[in-house]
Design a protein around this ligand. Structure first.
Ligand SMILES: [Zn+2]
Length: 132
């Protein structure tokens, strides 16, 4: 944080954005040392990584859960109870794409698609070709 100009030494007074120590430096300087700059940048990168994973992990877990249910029946549509999937950690709200399969709306996730059946406690699962 820029605190002010110090005419007697010809430098700007700052408060370090990382350790909060005061230091003298160029106008656009944010950190007192390279160590503080690196620490701050590493924390930022770590926060961004965690944010990214919090989005992709439910997506990847859903794919694994469907894959496990679909063992050996890739050519068919199978139905599984919503409760079974939920207990395994299936997250309905995880990112997915809406697609049409034989005129019906499905949610595509990875190489699979699922849809809820109206008035039922089951979810249908199937494998889809990526060129659909
Ligand atoms: Zn510092």
């Amino acid at each position: 944080m820029l605190l002010g100009w110090q005419s007697h030494i010809g430098k700007y007074l700052h408060k370090c954005d990382s350790c909060a120590e005061e230091f003298n430096g160029r106008k656009n300087q944010l950190y007192c040392t390279n160590t503080c700059r690196a620490r701050c940048n590493n924390e930022l990168a770590s926060t961004r990584r965690k944010e990214k994973h919090s989005l992709t992990n439910p997506y990847l877990r859903n794919i694994e859960i469907i894959k496990e249910q679909m063992q050996g029946v890739d050519e068919e549509v199978i139905s599984v109870s919503i409760e079974t999937l939920r207990l395994k950690g299936f997250a309905r709200k995880a990112p997915n794409n809406r697609i049409r399969l034989h005129g019906d709306l499905w949610f595509k996730i990875g190489p699979y698609a699922f849809r809820t059946i109206e008035g039922s406690k089951e979810i249908e699962l199937t494998k889809v070709d990526d060129d659909d």
